[in-house]
Design a protein around this ligand. Structure first.
Ligand SMILES: [Zn+2]
Length: 345
């Protein structure tokens, strides 16, 4: 008799997730089976459900790319992890000799294979990964926390550290205080920046202050750009991280950048924004894209958590059993949560 596991799979674009059983996967040579302890539910899962990743995605697929678990079984030739190890999962793999991965940038490789998009993900009791995609924390981390560190925290960390090269003493503007922006506020403080957070709701403005923002600005009152530029010394900010999926906010982000400023776009709007070359070169402004993260971003996020510089309570307050995957997606769609975390029961 083949053992089976519970999964939540996406059967078709636009459809609800289907709860079903599948055979427990066997790790092939050079692979590891991980027993999933927790998996975050993120905007990318909604994007997948809408068909946003395009026709190349073969359905049904099991979503889930923000996960933590325990090493459960080893395929032949694996000796870098041990059964029983707690691991965070990196969601990307690349083919051997991939030139982007060789330069430490697997996240931008055109050849990425993404867990939860191109291969089955962690909305399941078990998932198969290669050892290179497993990151062992140096001390135990609560599973839901470890899961959200791999994406909700690692994504803005990548943007601030590896793309924008944030330096202590710089002024950072965070546009949008959701799952990514709330982490960006704390990361900015942890990296020594002065942080100005801009968001709509009073509750999120309050959260930004609790997480350490030096200044908060309501996004829907008066001239937000003028207010932020004034708070940033009159000339604009050193770094602006744009976490809102909106072309209008993309334009605001560019207008808020000061001389030598770096504007990092991580909010995924499909709409066009307008910019003038003179506004960019006059200030030597850099408009930068930041896509996902690399394994070292996860390692950095784990370290910041373990040394107490990162609070993630607001990201892990909604934990649901795997069976409620659709409810978790609905919560996210309606903006009722920053994140939900699914736990196989
Ligand atoms: Zn995600």
């Amino acid at each position: 008799m083949t053992a089976t596991m519970r999964v939540a799979e996406l059967p078709a674009v636009g459809s609800a997730l289907r709860l079903t059983n599948r055979p427990v996967p066997m790790p092939g040579p050079g692979e590891v089976r991980v027993r999933v302890q927790a998996c975050g539910v993120c905007g990318s899962d909604l994007f997948l459900q809408k068909g946003g990743f395009g026709a190349g995605v073969v359905l049904p697929v099991i979503p889930g790319h923000e996960a933590a678990g325990i090493v459960d079984a080893l395929g032949d030739g694996v000796d870098d992890v041990t059964v029983g190890d707690q691991v965070a999962l990196y969601y990307i793999t690349t083919p051997p000799y991939d030139p982007w991965a060789a330069r430490g940038r697997p996240n931008i490789s055109p050849n990425v294979r993404r867990m939860g998009v191109d291969v089955d993900g962690a909305f399941a009791e078990y998932v198969i990964r290669p050892p290179a995609a497993l990151i062992r924390p140096r001390a135990p981390v609560p599973p839901a926390v470890l899961a959200v560190l791999t994406d909700a925290v690692a994504t803005p960390l990548h943007g601030l550290k590896r793309v924008a090269h944030l330096q202590p003493g710089e002024t950072l503007v965070v546009l949008g205080v959701g799952g990514l922006g709330s982490s960006a506020v704390q990361l900015g403080k942890a990296m020594g920046a002065r942080v100005i957070a801009v968001t709509r709701s009073e509750a999120k403005l309050r959260l930004a202050r609790e997480l350490g923002a030096d200044e908060t600005v309501p996004a829907n009152e008066g001239d937000t750009v003028a207010t932020v530029r004034a708070l940033a010394g009159g000339y604009g900010a050193d770094i602006v991280i744009q976490c809102v999926g909106s072309a209008a906010v993309d334009e605001q982000a560019i207008a808020m950048g000061g001389p030598g400023g770096r504007v990092v776009l991580i909010g995924s709007s499909l709409d066009q924004f307008r910019a003038r070359a003179v506004d960019i070169f006059w200030r030597e402004l850099s408009v930068l894209g930041s896509r996902g993260f690399v394994p070292d971003d996860i390692r950095d996020a784990i370290e910041l958590y373990l040394v107490g510089k990162l609070k993630v309570d607001h990201l892990v307050e909604t934990v649901r059993p795997l069976e409620q995957a659709n409810e978790a997606l609905e919560d996210l769609k309606l903006g009722r949560v920053f994140r939900s975390v699914l736990v196989p029961s």
